[in-house]
Design a protein around this ligand. Structure first.
Ligand code: MN
Ligand code: MN
Length: 302
């Protein structure tokens, strides 16, 4: 099934007004599984948007098989922040750790770290990075920090304690997990793409047999309502998820105030933002179990 661009794609609030007449959004109030990790189920533990604030987290992080972080693990992607995050995630007990980037990981987006790659023939060499910086809002961060981040060309290499997915999938326990950092344009930070066609191009890369989809942005309508009343989710992501990919779970973050679990009756949408609107890391991880596919045991994946 081909997914097209919605005619109201650039105004997700309006688009949702139209789409929601045919949608069910059910708020799910599930308590995290109380039992121990089960032999016949894969336990996922999801967080997002920790923004270099993990030292201030007061809750316990439950054990599980797969830990997922849906992006914005730093303030701006400075190498030191990435190293701190890597140390923190290295201490977690989960056997598998999946991480994607968000718009705050400036050093993970080649547009910032290798700007010449996007302007062939340009000879502004050493200063191009700074001109990129002049074009984006600082979002309250010191300009020196942003400068440091876009000069950290290999910050990604510091993520040694997890599996980093950027438009990639990984198979765990017979389940396909796919991760992608892109989001509809927002303050021109990392991994921004214009709404509509350009976003859809990114979502077309998601394999149709994905079981657990991890994106930084929410789809429109599910966990994307900003406190201003505006919807920030992607219209084409919802269409892709509902009409083509149909994962069992869709995990994301980005809109901090959209934290929580919703469903359309088939797919479960998880906004795992740890930080709230005021950048306080107060929301606990969201935990769910997925049954192992027939014939698969955990021992096959030590
Ligand atoms: Mn965030
Ligand atoms: Mn974000």
């Amino acid at each position: 099934m081909n997914v097209g661009v919605h005619h109201l794609t650039s105004n997700p609030t309006e688009a949702w007004r139209e789409l929601s007449r045919f949608q069910r959004v059910i708020k799910v109030h599930v308590k995290a599984p109380k039992s121990d990790v089960l032999a016949n189920k894969v336990r996922f533990v999801c967080m997002s948007d920790t923004h270099s604030l993990t030292p201030h987290i007061k809750f316990d992080i439950p054990p599980g098989d797969v830990f997922v972080h849906a992006g914005d693990f730093t303030r701006c992607g400075r190498e030191e922040e990435v190293q701190e995050f890597n140390n923190w995630i290295g201490e977690l007990p989960h056997k598998h750790k999946i991480v994607i980037a968000g718009n705050h990981e400036l050093s993970f987006d080649r547009t910032f770290t290798h700007p010449l790659g996007h302007s062939p023939g340009g000879d502004r060499c050493t200063h191009t990075g700074l001109s990129v910086l002049d074009q984006i809002p600082t979002l309250g961060l010191p300009k020196e920090s942003l400068e440091e981040a876009i000069q950290a060309r290999h910050a990604k290499d510091a993520l040694t304690n997890c599996t980093y997915l950027q438009d990639q999938g990984v198979m765990l326990y017979g389940l396909k997990i796919y991760g992608t950092p892109w989001q509809p344009e927002f303050c021109k930070w990392a991994f921004n793409v214009p709404r509509g066609e350009a976003c859809l191009r990114k979502w077309e890369q998601i394999p149709g047999d994905t079981d657990v989809l991890v994106t930084h942005t929410p789809p429109v309508g599910y966990g994307d309502l900003c406190c201003s009343g505006v919807r920030a989710g992607c219209v084409e992501l919802l269409a892709t998820v509902q009409q083509r990919v149909r994962p069992r779970y869709h995990v994301f973050g980005h809109v901090h105030e959209g934290y929580g679990i919703t469903t359309d009756g088939k797919i479960i949408y998880i906004n795992a933002s740890t930080c709230d609107l005021n950048y306080l890391p107060t929301n606990p991880p969201i935990v769910f179990d997925v049954a192992l596919p027939a014939g698969v045991t955990k021992d096959h994946f030590p």
